[in-house]
Ligand binder design. Structure first.
Ligand code: UDP
Length: 423
């Protein structure tokens, strides 16, 4: 009987839980180390918070390490991020040297932990260069790219690729993002945890608290976008869409809810731009939330009529998954992982422009039955495809493949990863 995983049974069914234990059995005791560069803010931190305890609940020995850099390091890694998502960015040599130095220092700090690991999962470019300092590694190293790297700016990708090609495998969120690499690449979309503060059911009274707290009128329609203040999330495009839709629905309110991530140096600048753009309209609320405002975000998502995620580029878009799970139709940018989740006319609408978004806002507000129907479909779609239990199963399967994949077939009850032998 395992309390942590049993809690998911009412949501996903017993078979799903039993299957996880079955797949995890041959991996029992295996030491897994995840490494990224922030414990709060952004999708990766959100996932690892729960992935680690669940791996442990399945009998693995999972832990989460972070690397911490200097402001020049974060400038550099933000540039990597922007360049992987297609921006033409020339990164100064001094930033690249700082990137390498931070990775060299962190490699020494983490040496004991990473050398003792059977599987190391490195998230995104920030810690990608650690591998250069572990030439005699015994464990399998996986690079997990969460970014839309479908059309990277080539010179920057060439630099990063030099680090990434040393890994045993890489994982991307969808096929379009996968870059040719000299090792196997796998596709594993991210997930949300239905039992976290961000996603659990809330009582109507708690949902109602956000109306008072942020001056939202519960009697009037409200649309919402939750995201870090990042230009790729197109907050200004959201304001434009809202203004266009408001011409037809003058009672409309917009909430932009966001905050910073400690590894994102551009957030404050973008927040100021957004505040400036919205300051003439009291029905636009621009919220700068602390990183632990999970219940507030949950309540805002539940309080809204429609959720927007009008990104221009998006790795996956956990905010979309979160909104669908709360039975909200989502109007999303026609890009990246949003396309996996927003099934046009079923779970929401994909749009390319503020005009397109405004058109769909107007349409949905005039068709409340359809909104409800889409919301229902969205929730079931997430239950089937984007919950943590599915994500966990795919990670476990990947670990099995990396350790036992040289055999003709994998018989779960006859494997021992310590000897890599079939008993
Ligand atoms: N998030 C948050 N506070 C904020 C902004 C975002 O807690 O102010 C959360 C959001 O609910 C989601 C995650 O951070 O769980 C963002 O993940 P997503 O994949 O949408 O975007 P990323 O920030 O990773 O690009």
């Amino acid at each position: 009987m395992n309390v942590t995983l049993d809690a998911y049974e009412p949501i996903v069914g017993r078979d799903v839980i039993d299957q996880l234990f079955q797949i995890a059995a041959p991996l029992k005791g295996m030491k897994i180390v995840h490494v990224n560069s922030t414990r709060v803010g952004g999708g990766v931190a959100e996932i690892l918070n729960k992935m680690i305890p669940l791996m442990n609940a399945l009998g693995l020995k999972a832990q989460w390490e972070i690397i911490t850099g200097t402001s020049e390091f974060y400038q550099c890694t933000k540039n990597f991020h922007n360049a992987l998502q297609g921006n033409h960015v020339v990164i100064p040599e001094t930033q690249l040297r700082e990137y390498e130095e931070v990775n060299a220092r962190c490699a020494e700090e983490l040496r004991g932990t990473l050398e003792g690991a059977d599987i190391v999962i490195i998230h995104d470019p920030q810690p990608a260069a650690l591998i250069k300092h572990f030439t005699n590694r015994k464990g399998k190293w996986i690079w997990r790219c969460h970014i839309d790297a479908s059309k990277p700016y080539r010179p920057v990708w060439k630099y990063l690729r030099n680090n990434v090609e040393d890994y045993d495998a890489s994982v991307f969120s969808l096929a379009a993002f996968a870059q040719p690499l000299p090792h196997p690449t796998y596709l594993i979309p991210p997930s949300i945890d239905p039992l976290t503060e961000k996603n659990i059911d809330l009582e109507p009274e708690e949902i109602a608290t956000v109306y008072d707290e942020f001056g939202i009128d519960p009697a009037r329609p409200m649309i919402l976008q939750v995201s870090r203040y990042d230009r790729f999330k197109d907050p200004l495009g959201v304001i434009e869409a809202y203004r266009l839709a408001k011409k037809f629905t003058p009672t409309l309110q917009l909430v932009l809810a966001g905050g910073g991530a400690s590894d994102d140096p551009e957030g404050a600048v973008v927040l100021e731009e957004v505040k400036l753009a919205g300051r003439d309209d009291p029905d636009i609320k621009v919220l700068d939330l602390p990183p632990d405002a999970h219940r507030t975000i949950n309540a805002l998502q539940r309080a809204s009529d429609i959720v927007l995620q009008k990104s221009i580029k998006e790795g996956f878009g956990l905010t979309v998954t979160e909104a669908l799970w709360k039975s909200k139709p989502v109007i999303g940018g026609n890009t990246g992982g949003i396309k996996l989740q927003v099934i046009n006319h079923h779970t929401g609408f994909l749009v390319n422009t503020p005009e397109g978004a405004a058109h769909r806002i107007r349409y949905l507000l005039h068709n409340p039955d359809e909104m409800k129907e889409m919301g229902k479909k969205g929730k079931e779609f997430v239950r089937e495809n984007f919950l943590l239990t599915r994500h966990l199963r795919e990670y476990l399967t990947l670990m099995l493949i990396l350790w036992f994949g040289n055999g003709d077939r994998i018989e779960l009850d006859r494997l021992d990863w310590r000897t890599n032998e079939r008993s």
